[in-house]
Each structure stands twice: as structure tokens, then as C-alpha cells.
Design a protein around this ligand. Structure first.
Ligand code: ADP
Length: 476
């Protein structure tokens, strides 16, 4: 078998879940902050442009009114005073003749290089306006220009430099750039902290597994506070270890018991064979010896088969046929089988069964074996005389079988162990048996989803109770 060892250096750094999670966080943070940044940037850019457009519209309408009411000269004065007030580099104003010649304008010197495409006004109808962004050669800041055809075929043009907008957006971009870097650093740090915190539970499990691998089966994973999933993992791991430890201890006990229980019959068989070899005997004596050997072998085989059945039942490998059956039939048939043995020992057997069907889903042969084991024990440990009572009860979801006897009872110190494999009470050592009957009964009942319990007073008798799940849908 190839054993894999846990080595932190086996794979590169990027194979570590912590690093992978950190990168994942980083990518998520980067993508999320980039999306947010782009959304804010573009919505800010469009808001700023809308404000410029609004101001241009206001201006052009004001000048149209002025032109209509006060004429060109008044408009020219207004252009000059406005240009002075706002700065000649920040806005320009032009009035074009119907033939597209400049009639009046503010100082256009700072606006050289602005590409005022004449095509824009070609198709304008009177009263109609159009706003365009025009490039400016030799200057990185574009110009937003409004064109309006006014009464008399004149054209009003008002231009506004987008320099202020560009500067605001540039500043915002710069802030976001730093913000983005800070977010990346935070994302990486947070991702690392979160994944380290979460993975520390897994590391504890690995650490415990490593100790167990080295032979310390008593180690358990300390339960931390990383979160439900990690706590569940640690708990499940610990439960699994508890179960493994129980199985290992069981295995040791069973191995010891097998060694002990096999040794006696094997020693006896060997003794018989040795005696057959050493002294000459007549044919009858040899036949008797062979009979004893067969009997001992049968007992051994029976014990081995029972052990196998228990192991298979416990591990869930037994294929029980789960068919609907009435427990009363099983009890009647089994009690009938044991009646002669009980009578021989002067034991009174009483059966008191429910009037209603006690339907469960189960394997008839296996359940009969359980009842047989309990009745066999009740007779065996009642010595001569006494009473054995078999009763039943029906609950909403359960069926109960009770087998009680007035026999020798079980000592308090033996009670917690009587369902253990090969366990036999001190008082019953001299009786026939191998200590597997109750273990098999327990395994079968558990495999049927039920429970078996015992209450007993030494010297007065014992009561075994079985609870089995009632077949759903069966009525009273
Ligand atoms: P076995 O009967 O072969 O000894 P079991 O597993 O059937 O093995 O029973 C285990 C032990 O439990 C018995 O050895 C006995 O000490 C005790 N026991 C079981 N049933 C009874 C009973 N009805 N009355 C008294 N003791 C009992």
C-alpha cells in the first residue's frame, strides 16, 4: 500500500488554498471597484456635460431675445461684456449672417484651432438648435458649441471650453486611481485574513490527522470559532475518530475473546485426538470420541458464523429483506418452538399479545432469531421453575415487545456490558453459551432502526424490551 505523507512543500505556494482565496478576493475587489469607478466616472462626465449644455442653452436663448428686442449693436455690447465677465478663454459668442459670415463676436483670438464645422448649421431650421463637441487643434480640451438658427436667418453660436470638466474628471480619476490601489491592498489583506481564519480549522484537522498517522489515536481536533462549516467538519472528524477508537478497542476485545473462546474447544479437540492416538480403544469409544469432536466443531462453527453475522449486520452488509410483517406471528411461532423446553424445566410461558396487528418492515428470520435468543436466555437463566411473560404494546410510531422472566436476574456491574460481544455474566459462566446472543440481537434490532434495552434485579428476574419502528400507514 502506498502511503501519502502530508508535506507543505510538496506543491508550490500557489497550490495553497489561502493564496488561491486571497487572489480570488483580489480579483473580486478589483473588478467590483473598477465597475463602481467606471459607473461613477461616466455618470459624473455626463452630468457635467449636461450642466454645460444647460448653460449654453440658457445663453443662446437670452441672446436670441436680446437680438430680436434690441438689435445687433446691443448684442455686440452684451457679447463683449459677457466675454469680459467670464474670461475670453472660457466662452465665445458669434452671430453669423444667413450667408454664414461673422457679423458680431466676442474676442475669438483665444479660440483659434476650434473646428466649427459649417456643415452643422446647413440643415438647421429656424428656431432649431444643435449642440456639438468640437475638437481643437493644439489644445487637449475640446469645446462644446451650441448652434441656433434665429429669426431672419441669422445663426447664433455659443462655445464653452470643456477644460473645467476635464480637470474635474482628471482629479476624480486620480482620486479613484489611489482609491483603486487602496482597495486592491485591502482586498488582498482581507482575503488573506478571511481565508487564513477559515483555513485554520482545516489546518487543525490536518495537524490532528498527522498526529493520528503517527499513532496517537487519542488526539482530537479543538473546536474553534471559524464558523459553522468548519466546526461541523471538526466535530464530524472527532466523531469519526471516536468511532474508529471504539472499533479498534472492540477489535482488540473481540480478538482476545476469540483467542480465549477458541482455545478451550480446540484444546478439548486436541486432547481427544491425542488420547485416540496414545491409547488403543474399541470401536464404540472411537465413535463416541468422533461424536464429541463433531459437537465441539459444530459449536465452533456456530460461534464463527454468529460472529460473521454480527460483523456484517453492524457494518450494514447484511441484506435483510424488509417486508411488512406482523410481530405477533413471529412471537407466536417462536414461543411455540420454546414451549417444550420451558415445560421440561417447569417454567410457565405466558403470551399476551395486542389485538391490533403490530406491523413492522423487517426480515422475519432475523427478527425470529432475536426473539429466540431472548427466550432461550430467559429459560436458560430461570433454572427450574419460574415464569416467562411475553407482551406487546403499540404506540403511534413504534411497536414494543417485552420479554420478562423471574430468573436469576443480572448483577448491576454486568448490566452495562451484556450486549458486548463475548460478554458473559459471572453467574452464567457455567451455563452453555458464548456471549454472542445479545450482541447479535442488538445488531439485528439496530439494523431495523430499533432499540433494545434491559432492566433487571439480581435474584428477581430480567425484562428485555424491544422498540421497532411501526410500518408507516398501518392503522390501529
Ligand atoms: P450467552 O447467553 O451465550 O451467555 P448472551 O449474549 O445471550 O450470551 O447473554 C450475555 C449475558 O447476559 C449472559 O451470559 C448472562 O450473564 C446475561 N443474560 C442475558 N439474558 C439474561 C437473562 N434473561 N437473565 C439473566 N441473565 C441474562
Amino acid at each position: 500500500m502506498v502511503r501519502e505523507t502530508i508535506s507543505p512543500k510538496k506543491h508550490g505556494l500557489f497550490h495553497k488554498v489561502t493564496i488561491k482565496l486571497t487572489f480570488l478576493h483580489l480579483i473580486l475587489f478589483a473588478t467590483a471597484s473598477l465597475i463602481v469607478f467606471l459607473l461613477i466616472y461616466f455618470s459624473l462626465a455626463s452630468t457635467l456635460r449636461a450642466r454645460v449644455d444647460e448653460s449654453l442653452l440658457g445663453d443662446v436663448r437670452e441672446y436670441e431675445t436680446l437680438l430680436t428686442a434690441k438689435g445687433i449693436d446691443r448684442l455686440k455690447k452684451e457679447f463683449i461684456s459677457e466675454s469680459k465677465a467670464n474670461g475670453s478663454g472660457s466662452e465665445f459668442y458669434i452671430l453669423l449672417s444667413p450667408e454664414h459670415h461673422i457679423l458680431v463676436s466676442s474676442d475669438l483670438n483665444p479660440w483659434k484651432g476650434v473646428n466649427l464645422n459649417p456643415k452643422f448649421i446647413e440643415n438647421l431650421q429656424e428656431g432649431e438648435e444643435i449642440i456639438k463637441t468640437c475638437p481643437r487643434s493644439g489644445n487637449e480640451h475640446k469645446v462644446r458649441v451650441i448652434y441656433k438658427k434665429v429669426r431672419g436667418g441669422f445663426y447664433l453660436q455659443v462655445g464653452n471650453s470643456l477644460r473645467d470638466n476635464d480637470e474635474i474628471l482628471e482629479k476624480v480619476g486620480e482620486i479613484f486611481g489611489y482609491g483603486f490601489l487602496a482597495m486592491l491592498a485591502m482586498g488582498a489583506l482581507l482575503g488573506w485574513l478571511v481565508s487564513r481564519h477559515a483555513m485554520s480549522g482545516v489546518e487543525r484537522v490536518t495537524e490532528t490527522a498527522t498526529h493520528i498517522d503517527r499513532g496517537d489515536l487519542n488526539r482530537r481536533v479543538p473546536i474553534g470559532k471559524e464558523g459553522q462549516e468548519i466546526e461541523d467538519l471538526a466535530r464530524s472528524f472527532n466523531n469519526m475518530l471516536d468511532r474508529i477508537q471504539i472499533l479498534v478497542t472492540d477489535l482488540e476485545e473481540v480478538t482476545n475473546s476469540i483467542a480465549h473462546d477458541l482455545r478451550s474447544p480446540l484444546t478439548r479437540i486436541r486432547g481427544i485426538a491425542e488420547s485416540a492416538l496414545s491409547t488403543e480403544k474399541n470401536a464404540d469409544a472411537y465413535q463416541e470420541m468422533a461424536g464429541v469432536v463433531i459437537e465441539e466443531c459444530d459449536q465452533l462453527l456456530g460461534m464463527i458464523n454468529t460472529m460473521l453475522t454480527i460483523a456484517q449486520t453492524d457494518s450494514g452488509l447484511s441484506c435483510f429483506s424488509k417486508t411488512p410483517l406482523d410481530i405477533r406471528d413471529i412471537l407466536r411461532e417462536t414461543v411455540e418452538l420454546f414451549q417444550p423446553a420451558a415445560e421440561d424445566m417447569g417454567i410457565a410461558m405466558r403470551v399476551q399479545l395486542s389485538e391490533h396487528p403490530l406491523t413492522v418492515r423487517g426480515d422475519k428470520t432475523a427478527l425470529k432469531r432475536v426473539v429466540a435468543n431472548l427466550l432461550d436466555n430467559a429459560i436458560k437463566f430461570s433454572k427450574n421453575g419460574g415464569r416467562i411473560k411475553t407482551t406487546t404494546a403499540l404506540y403511534d410510531t413504534k411497536v414494543m415487545i417485552e420479554i420478562s422472566d423471574t430468573g436469576m436476574g443480572i448483577e448491576e456491574k454486568d448490566l452495562p456490558h451484556i450486549f458486548d460481544r463475548f460478554y458473559r455474566g459471572d453467574k452464567s459462566r457455567s451455563d452453555p453459551g458464548n456471549g454472542l446472543g445479545l450482541s447479535l440481537a442488538l445488531a439485528i434490532i439496530r439494523a431495523h432502526g430499533g432499540e433494545i434495552t434491559v432492566s433487571s434485579t439480581s435474584g428477581e428476574g430480567s425484562t428485555f424490551r424491544i422498540h421497532l419502528p411501526r410500518k408507516s400507514g398501518s392503522s390501529l
